[in-house]
Design a protein around this ligand. Structure first.
Ligand code: RB5
Length: 150
């Protein structure tokens, strides 16, 4: 899978470990930074990842900031992006089964390394259930199109 990964300064360490982990799983990773420990505004990083997912260049994205929340808000501004923070096994699993989540948002400050590895693995390996959930996602896409017109 083609996966873009980005973080602000709260997620640099976690992101670098994830990039390594994803590479060892055979995923095709694009790392958009940030590359220093310097403070960076998370919407800029979110845009780098979300733009690639929105255009189809990347199939999935992972974004890390202090809470995972700001990245999520910014990423969801891009058409076709379904981003949400996941904090435990169940949210990671249902985010895929029900929401077809294509951008996983993580907290660099609140989640431990082992948990993050597990969340990412669940999120990578859990299929979308389709059916009624596909109909609901289509309704979300419709909201996106109609609000874009106004
Ligand atoms: C940066 O201080 C912090 O606000 C950011 O990492 C993130 O948690 C925003 O939602």
């Amino acid at each position: 899978m083609r996966i873009a990964v980005g973080s602000d300064h709260h997620g640099v360490k976690m992101r670098l470990k994830l990039v390594e982990m994803l590479g060892s799983l055979g995923q095709e990773v694009t790392d958009v930074g940030t590359y220093e420990d310097q403070s960076v505004d998370y919407p800029e990083v979110a845009a780098e990842v979300a733009r690639r997912v929105s255009s189809g260049e990347m199939q999935r994205g992972i974004l890390i900031c202090g809470t995972g929340l700001g990245m999520c808000i910014a990423a969801n501004k891009f058409p076709g992006v379904r981003a949400a923070p996941c904090y435990d096994d169940l949210t990671a699993e249902l985010s895929r089964r029900h929401n077809d989540l294509n951008v996983l948002c993580l907290s660099g400050d609140m989640l431990g390394e082992k948990l993050v590895d597990r969340l990412v693995e669940i999120w990578l390996n859990t299929p979308f259930e389709g059916g009624r959930h596909a109909r609901r996602n289509e309704k979300i896409a419709d909201l996106e199109r109609r609000n874009g017109d106004s």
